[in-house]
Write a protein that binds this ligand. Structure first.
Ligand code: NAD
Length: 253
């Protein structure tokens, strides 16, 4: 029987990360469930139990590991623990992310650095921590969650846009470095997805936003999770270094 894959997802307690954990854990492929999953979280203990309840399949193993994704030391320790619990690692999804919006004239160094550290530095931390294992087994799938804001910018989000554009450069460089080792590295750039992150918008802002989306709705976390799961699957073995937009048509290149 084929072995199921082993995945690490950062920021798995809610929103897009939670949908990714559920999608990877409940998809089946070649007669076996697609993946056992270890997800990294930094808050919301009750979410961990909710996720276990939501993934009812007894065959899937789910582990929750508490860590700050922006810490290199935490990443090394967390990945070591995840590998020990899962028995290895085949998939890494770098999803953890935050916003600290402010117009540049008012943006503090702390607001800039915090966003860069959680959104971009974490991608380096976790990629660095898994990559030797993936090289040794000559197999790996890495998917980094960027944003349309990293492609087109957004007033008040210079820190966030810089972190998300940085993820794209990182993805392409890593894809080139590891292609010969059987490891693919891709990015997904969501548009506006209905999560806690976008619930800060008022009704008027939401309506204006929707008018600018050709498919005329916000995305769902599941819209993103399905594309991530595809990029993690063997069906995507000839795709690397790409940025896949999941944005209802907002950005067309
Ligand atoms: P969310 O705020 O609902 O979830 C973010 C997750 O990251 C949470 O689980 C949180 O606990 C975790 N996290 C935050 N800081 C962390 C840290 N220091 N260490 C470990 N975990 C941490 O946001 P979301 O909308 O689900 O966003 C998920 C990803 O998708 C982010 O990278 C975000 O930038 C990106 N994204 C979101 C949208 C959107 O419209 N919601 C659009 C484009 C990109």
């Amino acid at each position: 029987m084929a072995q199921s894959k082993r995945a690490i997802v950062t920021g798995g307690t809610r929103g897009i990360g939670r949908a990714i954990v559920k999608e990877l854990a409940s998809r089946s492929c070649c007669g076996v469930l697609f993946s056992d999953v270890a997800f990294v979280y930094n808050s919301c203990e009750e979410c961990v139990e909710e996720i276990r309840q939501e993934i009812k399949s007894p065959e899937t193993r789910i582990f929750a590991l508490k860590a700050d994704a922006s810490s290199y030391e935490d990443a090394e320790a967390t990945v070591a623990e995840a590998i020990q619990k899962l028995g290895g690692v085949d998939i890494l999804v770098n999803n953890a992310g935050i916003t600290r919006d402010n117009l540049l004239l008012r943006m503090t160094p702390e607001e800039f650095d915090t966003v860069i550290n959680v959104n971009l530095r974490s991608v380096y931390n976790y990629t660095r921590a898994v990559i030797r294992h993936m090289i040794k087994q000559r197999y790996g799938r890495i998917v980094n969650i960027s944003s349309v804001v990293g492609l087109i910018g957004n007033p008040g989000q210079a820190n966030y846009a810089a972190s998300k554009a940085g993820i794209i450069g990182f993805t392409k460089s890593a894809a080139r470095e590891f292609a010969s080792r059987g490891i693919t590295v891709n990015a997904v750039a969501p548009g506006f997805i209905d999560t806690e992150m976008t619930r800060q918008l008022n009704e008027k802002q939401r309506e204006t936003l929707i008018q600018n989306i050709p498919l005329k709705r916000l995305g769902t976390p599941e819209d993103v999770a399905r594309v991530v799961a595809f990029l993690c699957s063997d069906d995507a073995e000839y795709i690397t270094g790409q940025v896949i937009n999941v944005d209802g048509g907002m950005v067309m290149s």
